[in-house]
Design a protein around this ligand. Structure first.
Ligand SMILES: Cc1cc2nc3c(=O)[nH]c(=O)nc-3n(C[C@H](O)[C@H](O)[C@H](O)COP(=O)(O)OP(=O)(O)OC[C@H]3O[C@@H](n4cnc5c(N)ncnc54)[C@H](O)[C@@H]3O)c2cc1C
Length: 343
């Protein structure tokens, strides 16, 4: 049995299969609804029901859907299952709609520790296979037991044949533990992607502030590599927050990039600088450094990626300091929910 979803914005329609969530169905049929964690945490895929019914698996409230919002008719497309035909108001992003989501085997080509808890994992694609993506998107590793783990591509999409990832080791993490303790070059893995809508919007020429927390730098590096290759038409100010100097694993190169590129400014921020750092720069939380430097955020675009607490703090504090609605783009590194497949 299939149900039909009509988008009230532009009258496009797509079908959902039995038990398939609205986001997966839309992506399968080339319609890209904004999404990030695909797990009910981040709220990127929120839409407003204009007709029909949906339901969710399980009894637990989805973190990004308050009771109030649900009563107003809002749904989270990544978890909502249609119960009959529905009419839905939701943003769509055509810039990534042309990209095919693929499932591919790949080989670990290179492993390199970039910081105590960050591993560069370079994957090699099968010969003659392409993995087309937009800078800022991410992939899922499909693990043998059915679990998935998401990581952002850190290289420019213009680089062919390999994919670079920056993987932070999570204490007691199932997959990241394997990456640090067991993974070897030539190991085979399965990936699926690309996913995500965290991409530099080229319909804006406003100055952009890019904020990375830890390995949240990965998708921004991908964007900046592309900018280095193609040039940029607007000022970009990168803030990178880490604990201590040794966690800024790409600091030297970034300083060089900022010298080469007129449009790029780079501001590292340390939350726990060590004596050895002899740190002359900003300290504290990275988003607070941005707030201190920009008393008025009106007229700017903000792209932020990294740990959920950083993203939540930005969501809460930046609008109060003038950031206009719809000008915050984010990639929240939420954790996987192993309870069910998050496709
Ligand atoms: C869209 C997206 C893109 C991402 N891109 C990147 C990336 O480029 N680089 C990167 O390093 N990470 C990235 N992440 C986060 C990454 O997916 C998780 O860290 C990873 O799934 C952890 O897997 P695990 O099996 O090691 O941990 P699990 O076994 O799933 O978790 C073990 C425990 O650690 C907690 N935990 C899990 N992940 C984290 C975390 N990130 N921080 C703190 N506690 C955690 C869990 O709640 C659990 O208690 C991204 C996440 C998303 C949603």
């Amino acid at each position: 049995m299939t149900d039909s979803v009509e988008l009230v914005n532009d009258k496009r329609r797509f079908d959902t299969e039995d038990g398939e969530n609205i986001l997966s169905a839309a992506l399968r049929q080339g319609i890209v609804i904004p999404h990030n964690c695909r797990n009910g945490f981040c709220g990127s895929c929120m839409g407003l029901l204009h007709g029909g019914k949906v339901e969710y698996e399980g009894d637990e409230r989805l973190p990004a859907l308050s009771e109030e919002k649900e009563k107003e008719g809002y749904i989270l497309c990544c978890k909502a299952i249609t119960k009959g035909d529905v009419r839905l108001q939701v943003e769509t992003i055509d810039a990534v709609a042309d990209i095919e989501i693929k499932t591919l085997p790949c080989r670990v080509n290179r492993l390199e520790k970039m910081a105590d808890d960050v591993m560069l994992v370079e994957l090699k694609l099968p010969p003659h296979e392409e993995f087309v993506f937009h800078a800022g998107q991410y992939l899922d590793f499909l693990l043998r037991d059915g679990r998935r783990r998401s990581f952002s591509m850190a290289n420019s999409p213009l680089k062919e044949g390999v994919i670079e990832l920056h993987i932070r080791e999570v204490p007691d993490g199932f997959f990241t533990g394997q990456v640090f303790n067991e993974m070897k070059e030539k190991d085979m893995l399965r990936i699926q992607g690309p996913f995500g809508t965290f991409i530099l919007r080229d319909d804006s020429s406003r100055p952009a502030i890019l904020i990375a927390g830890g390995t949240g730098f990965a998708p921004l590096k991908s964007m900046l590599e592309k900018v280095r290759a193609e040039g940029c038409d607007r000022p970009l100010q990168l803030y990178w927050g880490a604990r201590a100097g040794r966690d800024l694993y790409f600091d030297k190169q970034l300083k060089q990039w900022a010298e080469e590129l007129d449009c790029l400014t780079y501001s590292p921020v340390l939350s726990e600088p060590e004596t050895a750092d002899d740190w002359p720069g900003a300290t504290g939380w990275v988003h607070e450094a941005v707030l201190a430097d920009f008393p008025d955020l009106a007229g700017l675009d903000v792209y932020a990626s990294g740990p959920p607490p950083m993203i939540n703090a930005i969501k809460q504090s930046f609008p109060a300091q003038g950031l206009e609605q719809g000008r915050l783009y984010f990639d929240s590194f939420e954790y996987a929910n192993d309870g069910e497949g998050s496709s």
